[in-house]
Design a protein around this ligand. Sequence first.
Ligand code: LIP
Length: 271
Amino acid sequence: MTSASDLLALAVDIACEAGELAHRRRSEGVAIAATKSALADIVTEADREVELLIRHRLQEERPDDGFLGEESGAERGTSEITWVVDPIDGTVNYAYGIPNYAVSIAAVTGDPHPATWTAVAGVVFAPALGELFTAARGGGAHLGHQVLAVSQPHGGAGALVATGFGYDPETHAGDLARLARVMPLARDIRRMGAASVDLSYVAAGRLDAYFERGLHPWDHAAGGLLVEEAGGRFGGPDGAAPSATMTIAASPDLFAAIERALAGDVPASAE
Ligand code: LIP
């Protein structure tokens, strides 16, 4: 099989080209193409154009690989690699002109489902911020040439925790109730609107933790590898895979504390 570092090199090359296209289209003005699961769940023409670029580049370079993309769906390959792609993660930020959005590309082996795949290479490229986060399994996580590591406890001040809310207003009460259960652990929260960037920030120690209900596989495939390669724990509660039910990322101890809080075990205090 192709090495993780070679897969990462291809993912970086494609993500940079895709990110530059997304950034250029943003500067030209963004058109909403459609809504999906809810009125707030939008897709722009740029989302579709950027995913097509990524899909075509991958088809040219690795025609036997599988593909799973947010906008154009899934196609099984004959190799052991599937590419999991969110062309513009943080689409609402992108539409509003908020720079916190990213191209997220991951290469996974195994059956292409978060419960069964192994991510081997991942890139999160935030073109408006000029930041390229990368990870190859066993090779560590990097921001450019900087080696990344998840944060360690801050001695009682509490954790800086990011989360998100679904597009469906019916889900907001439950999301807020879960946030209320985690707040005793937190010094503050951040809601920045792009899961792949939130996960990259956990890997970089810019956030102590991130959790969110309702994520799709393409939201977390690359960012989850970054967290693991930076020494963090990534997944769902009780040893489950990350899923729409819940996705958590943090240092191992803080992950366990958040897991307990989400389960309703009232946290003793902020760590
Ligand atoms: C987004 C995620 C974000 C979540 C949003 C949405 P999209 O992905 O990155 O964390 O809160 O609801 O799912 O739709 O911009 O690719």
